[in-house]
Write a protein that binds this ligand. Structure first.
Ligand SMILES: NC(=O)c1ccc[n+]([C@@H]2O[C@H](COP(=O)([O-])OP(=O)(O)OC[C@H]3O[C@@H](n4cnc5c(N)ncnc54)[C@H](OP(=O)(O)O)[C@@H]3O)[C@@H](O)[C@H]2O)c1
Length: 346
């Protein structure tokens, strides 16, 4: 399919327009996502006008936010999401043919875009990652990396010697949060959903790890892992895990609420009201969305890139091959099938 499109493209499109494949949100999510929620379609693309470029996707991102965010869209909408691609034709000098870009183009193979017409979510040419794969622009050198960087450093203000707990610890964001906390001299306790993930986190330098799926009592396990209590909680999951962590917070502790994936599939866990703990422990709890730091985007990417170069920040990707497998990659990630960042390679 890819070579077919390129051949058509080389003939200056002529009478044959290039065709994009795209995944459509076919049926409103109810509980866990299933194949029924998605439909594959094709779209003929128009010839380029001045200011536009044509991008061919190389990697697509599958992220937890897609589950709650898509609920706001009607059935028949293109699945949202970021992608890394190559500009294969251009009438915009800022996006020359051959450049590697990041764009919020959704789950589609080809996109015609006029960046100057976009108010938000503007695509950008990737900075030089050296020999690192460009797919990292969807992970450690992109949105999840910046979520970890700004969320931890700006919301939690970690100090050396403090104890940091992070849930969803073996995922795209969590695995970076723990490592950045280690860079800042903290003691780190990670909570993740398999022994394999916990072992990997130990290898990254996490001081203690807890498999929340097999531990008989997460509160007891946490108390043992954090004998001096918890100063900072970076929360990716919510629910009962967060209830246990918050009970162990120290006076003036900080909680960054990054995500609540335990309830994204509408399965709300009953937990004790955390507000009582917030009063007695005088906690600060702050929700955040990473776009808050849009105007400092490259600062986060450059900081994480520098730490990678210094060998202080490790990344891992779970790569699914094939555009046709994008829904499967998304569903697998939502069930915990990924270590590090889940991406799809086209
Ligand atoms: N606020 C923001 O701006 C922002 C930006 C990016 C991401 N986020 C949030 O950050 C969190 C992590 O995102 P990510 O991109 O790094 O995803 P991720 O952690 O790479 O992947 C999702 C992981 O969630 C875990 N999970 C699934 N169901 C769970 C449940 N019921 N209870 C506990 N854990 C569960 C699984 O790991 P286990 O095997 O450990 O269960 C799975 O691997 C999500 O909540 C996401 O929405 C927020």
């Amino acid at each position: 399919m890819r070579s077919l499109i390129l051949n058509i493209h080389k003939r200056s499109w002529g009478s044959l327009a290039p065709v994009a494949r795209k995944w459509i949100y076919a049926k409103t999510f109810k509980g866990e996502p299933t194949y029924e929620n998605f439909r594959l379609e094709q779209e003929e693309l128009p010839a380029l006008k001045n200011g536009e470029f044509l991008a061919e996707a190389e990697y697509l991102s599958v992220d937890p936010y897609m589950r709650p965010y898509m609920m706001a869209y009607p059935e028949g909408t293109l699945m949202i999401g970021g992608q890394v691609g190559t500009v294969i034709d251009s009438k915009n000098p800022a996006f020359p043919t051959g450049s590697s870009i990041f764009g919020q183009f959704g789950w589609r193979t080809h996109t015609v875009c006029n960046p100057d017409e976009l108010k938000a979510d503007r695509p950008y040419v990737l900075p030089n990652f050296g020999s690192l794969p460009k797919s990292l622009a969807l992970g450690v050198l992109g949105m999840p990396g910046n979520t970890a960087y700004f969320g931890l450093l700006e919301v939690c203000t970690p100090k050396a010697g403090e104890t940091v707990a992070v849930s969803g610890a073996a995922g795209a964001v969590g695995s970076l949060v723990g490592q950045i906390a280690k860079i800042k001299g903290c003691r780190v306790v990670g909570i993740a959903g398999s022994d394999q993930k916990c072992q990997w986190l130990k290898g990254l330098g996490f001081d203690e790890v807890i498999n929340y799926k097999t531990t008989p009592n997460i509160y007891v396990a946490l108390k043992k892992a954090a004998p001096k209590g918890i100063d900072i909680y970076f929360d990716n999951v919510g629910g009962q895990t967060s209830e246990a962590v918050i009970k162990l917070m120290n006076l003036y502790g900080r909680v960054a609420v990054c995500g609540t994936i335990s309830n994204y599939n509408s399965s709300i866990e009953k937990v004790t009201d955390p507000l009582r703990m917030m009063v007695f422990k005088q906690l600060k709890m702050e929700g955040f969305v990473v776009w808050r730091w849009n105007n400092r985007w490259m600062e986060g990417i450059n900081a994480n890139l520098q730490w990678i170069k210094e060998g202080k920040l490790k990344w891992h990707e779970t790569v699914t091959d094939g555009f046709e497998n994008t829904p499967a990659a998304f569903m697998d990630m939502m069930k915990g099938g990924n270590i590090g960042k889940a991406v799809v390679k086209l």
